[in-house]
Design a binder for this molecule. Structure first.
Ligand SMILES: Cc1ncc(C[n+]2csc(CCOP(=O)(O)OP(=O)(O)O)c2C)c(N)n1
Length: 374
């Protein structure tokens, strides 16, 4: 295992002291170290991975230095465009160090959304002609790899990737935790909302713990999962899945259970919802100001105004709930109003330690869900 401080010091010694990316559970410890020890303007959690590459490119244009851009391998897709059309050596040839968490590494058990991505992670890098190294576990070996890679980047002036296996970094407990003082966590809010919905209402839930908590609550209630589409991957796209359904199934109410990080990742999607104006579309954002599912790293969720954003995007109504009482009242209002409408639920981050994962396969989930929609 690699000590986070030693890793950071080594990067700094080699001239790398600007970081941006979207957090990943495999990179949780090193990201927490950056948060505690790097000035905020040199450690920027981006809206999405493509944005992080572009931010790094801007940093390089302004300083001539090499940025480190971190992401889960799920985010490679978001990064491909600027990797190939901005920083690639055939375009602007910008040196960027990538650090990619390898979920779904072949031979290591992982969730369905990570399996294909894990299989093709190194192949995608090869297809993009981005040289890479899988970071060794021993610090001395990693040190050699890092020094060699940075020399290579400086010479070639183009991207280079470190692929990071599970448990590479030693644990590091974040000290600068942002605390909020709301009454509920996401699971409390999900329970109140599910209790208030009608038997026929449809839910499309976002990636991470939202879908896991919804699944477990349905189990607890013995209700089955046929009304829920659990978007286990595809961060930021639940709202458009829900839109695709809402436009075809006008007789049903469609509720999208979204996360602040997911909405921020692809906010323009809200504009498409507003422009098509489906009356049966009900968007709920569980705003905990964090990427809670991958370690609780901060988002800008609590410092932006989702209400004004939704209004600007032509949503017909916006409700805000920040405790159990206002949630119980506003979920009824959301049900009874014409959409598209938004309910922002302000919550603390955090989840149960013993939270499980869906026990149905993704294909079973899809088939059951499609039977409900028939
Ligand atoms: C494209 C992409 N980037 C990163 C991830 C890793 N990831 C999974 S869940 C998550 C956090 C989601 O945050 P938010 O939507 O606010 O929901 P929360 O976990 O806080 O409930 C991240 C970053 C991913 N799955 N896909």
């Amino acid at each position: 295992m690699i000590n986070t401080k030693s890793f950071y010091e080594l990067l700094k010694k080699n001239g790398v002291d600007f970081f941006s990316g979207v957090p990943d559970s495999l990179l949780k410890n090193i990201c927490a170290y950056f948060t505690d020890n790097v000035a905020a303007e040199n450690n920027i959690i981006a809206a999405n991975e493509g944005g992080a590459i572009a931010l790094g490119a801007g940093y390089h244009l302004a300083t001539g230095k090499i940025p480190l851009i971190y992401m889960q391998n799920s985010g490679i897709g978001n990064a491909i465009n600027p990797l190939l059309s901005l920083v690639d050596e055939k375009v602007y040839s910008i040196p960027i160090l990538l650090m990619i968490g390898w979920r779904g590494e072949p031979g290591i058990k992982d969730e369905p959304q990570h399996i294909k991505q894990g299989e093709v992670t190194t192949k995608l890098l090869e297809a993009m002609n981005i040289p890479y190294e899988i970071l060794p576990e021993e610090f001395e070996k990693a040190k050699l790899v890092i020094e060699k890679s940075i020399k290579h980047i400086k010479k070639s002036s183009s991207p280079f990737a470190f692929v990071v296996r599970k448990n590479l970094f030693e644990p590091y407990e974040l000290k600068n935790k942002v605390k909020t003082n709301f009454e509920m966590k996401r699971e409390d809010a999900i329970k109140i909302i599910v209790d208030a919905l009608n038997k026929d209402d449809i839910i499309v839930s976002t990636t991470g713990k939202t879908s896991r908590e919804l699944f477990e609550y349905r189990e607890e209630l013995c209700q089955g999962h046929q009304n829920d589409f659990l978007t286990v991957g595809s961060m930021g796209h639940s709202s458009q899945i829900a839109l695709g359904i809402a436009l075809q199934k006008k007789e049903k109410q469609i509720f999208c259970f979204d996360g602040d990080g997911a909405v921020i990742m692809h906010t323009g999607s809200m504009g498409i919802i507003g422009s098509l104006c489906p009356k049966n579309y009900k968007h709920i954002i569980f705003n905990n100001g964090a990427h809670d599912s991958v370690g609780g790293q901060p988002t800008i969720g609590h410092s932006i105004d989702f209400k004004s954003i939704a209004k600007g995007f032509n949503y017909k109504k916006v409700f805000i709930a920040d405790d159990k009482k206002s949630l119980s009242e506003n979920i009824i209002k959301l049900k009874n109003t014409e959409g598209p409408a938004l309910l922002e639920v302000k919550i603390n981050k955090g989840a149960r330690k013993n939270l499980g994962r869906p026990t149905l396969t993704t294909i079973e989930n899809k088939n059951n869900f499609m039977s409900t929609l028939k």
